[in-house]
Design a protein around this ligand. Structure first.
Ligand code: GSH
Length: 224
């Protein structure tokens, strides 16, 4: 049995992505949550996986780190179409937008940290953040218009690309960023996807809190 090590789902965007991909795939994986910001969970993670970051997938003989590598491993274990689109052109573009998220959007990631259950004031809209948001909206509207007849998600049916952009959907809600048109329809479809609904419910009741807006080491505590 393989085990997926995740951070707390309310805060850990990379864990959310891996969890959504894993759950959509139907693969039988055990999930274990290691809440971010606690020295003891960090130590336990290092002892078990050799590193302090999540997500990590432990199989019988492999330790697979990183959301994208985990996504590809899962895709190879299940039937085609469960993780990436069957169509090769769509598949290439889905991989492209996942890789783009994975290697960029630093303004979005640092100024709009994921906190699913919170409602927070809008951040300062720096030039980098504005550019990141504009790029997200272009990705969403371009792929939605190309696949509009085939389903509500970026490439029609739900795939890993939607899992990779799900934490952006939750960020826009947390920070009250208003969407319109195709971007709004897409964000609403992701927000209401059963897998994200289930994940949001879990995130709501997680007992751990992390101080937001503090640019030092993470400060975390268990809520009363
Ligand atoms: N590129 C990695 C990023 C992993 C990552 O930075 N995870 C964060 C949580 S979202 C983490 O583990 N932070 C805790 C730490 O750095 O100690 C991936 O895609 O999985």
């Amino acid at each position: 049995m393989s085990t997926l090590y995740l951070g707390n789902l309310n805060y850990s965007s990379w864990s959310i992505r891996a969890a959504l991909v894993a759950r959509a795939s139907g693969l039988d994986l055990t999930e274990r949550i290691f809440p971010l910001g606690f020295p003891e969970t960090k130590q336990a993670l290092i002892e078990e996986t050799g590193l302090h970051t999540v997500p990590v997938l432990m199989t019988e003989d492999l330790i697979i780190r990183d959301s994208l590598a985990i996504t590809e491993w899962i895709a190879e274990q299940v039937e085609p179409g469960k993780v990436w689109p069957i169509d090769p052109t769509k598949r290439a573009m889905a991989r492209s937008v996942c890789a783009e998220m994975h290697s960029g959007f630093f303004g979005l990631r640092s100024l709009m940290p994921v906190n699913i259950r919170a409602s927070s004031p809008a951040p300062e809209f720096t030039e980098e953040l504005e550019q990141n948001i504009a790029r997200v909206l272009t990705i969403w509207t371009d792929h939605r218009s190309a696949n509009v007849t085939q389903g509500p998600f970026l490439f029609g049916d739900w795939c890993a690309a939607d899992a990779f952009y799900a934490p952006v959907v939750t960020r826009f809600r947390t920070y009250g960023y208003d969407l319109t048109g195709a971007a709004k329809d897409y964000a609403d479809a992701v927000w209401e996807h059963p897998l994200l609904c289930e994940l949001r419910e879990k995130a709501e009741v997680e007992p751990w809190e992390i101080e937001m807006g503090y640019l030092g080491p993470i400060r975390a505590w268990v809520r009363d």
